[in-house]
Design a protein around this ligand. Structure first.
Ligand code: NI
Length: 394
């Protein structure tokens, strides 16, 4: 069967892919709780025939398509979890699970990968090596499902891996991919500022953690502004501050929380020390004691240059050069980076923005949805990549 015939099959499967996506959309499940979602995926994969299924963790599914000839192994990953966000869309397949919704589009990723598995499952004879389909749980919650799956050995024997994400910041029909560092590592931290508490009328008799915290906050911004190389991209954002209960007394302590993101692992390694130096110094200057709890999140996501080039080549060849979207790295994070620690791969953005269809809302917001035509682009792109990969062994 030729590539043109695969593409025809993808078109014939469009409605089925839409139906799968709407099913997932109706019944969203939170990270690590994708019981129903993963059971449904396994059931569908089983029905295709020709795939070896396994469940490396309770809510993930891996399907292996072993080809008829020796060759290399290409893996694809789709994340399948939803978010703790109340959906505000009004179409007929809205979330039936109050307070939970597919506000990042992972419903569409699962549907696309099911589509690819269904088409390729019938192609065993044409396939050299192996195609592995990884339906991953818990992308949205650190430590992330990817790390667990890597530990469970899902990459054993894998030579390369691709993942894709439908995004509402690229128009439907376009594809974006970046060689090298593409997404940041995302770390989280809490700072406790301890003072003595006391009456607001007599500040000289106490250590005021509120005004000390104000100094801590401004001084922390100097880390990115003054201590890091301006050419190294990084961001430190403080996102929570909690403390105090009254109008006329200082609290004994106060908590400041935030996130640090960078593309460079060495910078991340240095960050807890740099933050500690600032907060301990500022705290001491005002008689307060500051403590830091720093937790590393997902690693920076670094795409393989050759595999990115392959994406550009097949996408430009089939969809046209104008389908390639110019892109800059972003300081968002993705646990797909865990796979890239082990094997070369690339994470691809597939456009699903269409204002007429109201699929232009930002990810992780109550009105987010995908333009389902973007799933057609995604499915065809996966088939093009399999075809390109297979040509190498002919
Ligand atoms: Ni996502």
């Amino acid at each position: 069967m030729t590539l043109a015939e695969w593409m025809k099959q993808a078109e014939a499967l469009q409605q089925q892919v839409v139906d799968w996506r709407r099913h997932f959309h109706r019944y969203p499940e939170l990270s690590f709780q994708e019981v129903r979602t993963s059971a449904y995926i396994a059931e569908q994969l089983e029905s295709f025939g020709g795939l070896e299924l396994s469940r490396p963790t309770p809510t993930s599914v891996v399907a292996r398509l072993i080809g008829s000839r020796p060759g290399k192994t290409l893996a694809f990953r789709a994340d399948i979890d939803a978010l703790p966000i109340q959906e505000e869309n009004r179409f007929e397949f809205v979330s039936q699970n109050p307070g939970v919704s597919h506000a990042c589009g992972h419903d569409s990723h699962a549907a696309i990968l099911l589509g690819a598995a269904k088409i390729l499952a019938g192609q065993k004879k044409r396939i050299a090596g192996e195609i592995r389909f990884i339906f991953q749980h818990a992308e949205e919650q650190v430590p992330g499902g990817a790390e667990q799956l890597v530990e469970a050995g899902v990459l054993d024997g894998v030579d390369a891996i691709y993942g894709l994400h439908l995004v509402s910041w690229i128009e439907t029909g376009k594809i974006g991919v970046i060689a090298g560092p593409a997404m940041a590592g995302n770390d989280a931290f809490d700072i406790i500022v301890r003072g003595t508490g006391g009456h607001a009328a007599y500040p000289h008799q106490s250590v005021d953690v509120i005004s000390t915290a104000a100094q801590v906050i401004t001084n922390l911004q100097h880390i990115v502004a003054r201590r890091l190389d301006p050419l190294d991209r990084a961001v430190l954002s403080l996102t929570q501050i909690h403390g105090g209960t009254s109008y006329n007394s200082f609290p004994e302590e106060l908590k400041i929380s935030g996130t640090f993101r960078a593309f460079d692992q060495e910078i991340r390694d240095k960050m807890p020390g740099m933050i500690r130096q600032v907060i301990e110094g500022v705290g001491a200057a005002h008689g307060a004691v500051c403590e830091l709890d720093y937790r590393y999140g997902y690693r920076p996501l670094v795409n393989d240059a050759q595999l990115v080039e392959d994406v550009r080549e097949v996408a430009a060849g089939f969809f046209g050069k104008e389908a390639l979207q110019e892109m800059k790295p972003v300081l968002g994070a993705e646990d797909f980076s865990a796979y890239l620690q082990k094997v070369p791969g690339a994470f691809i953005y597939v456009g699903s923005r269409n204002e007429e269809k109201e699929s232009h809302y930002p990810h992780h917001t109550p009105r987010f949805t995908v333009d389902e035509d973007g799933m057609d682009t995604g499915l065809k792109l996966l088939l093009l990549l399999v075809d390109k990969w297979q040509r190498a062994f002919r």
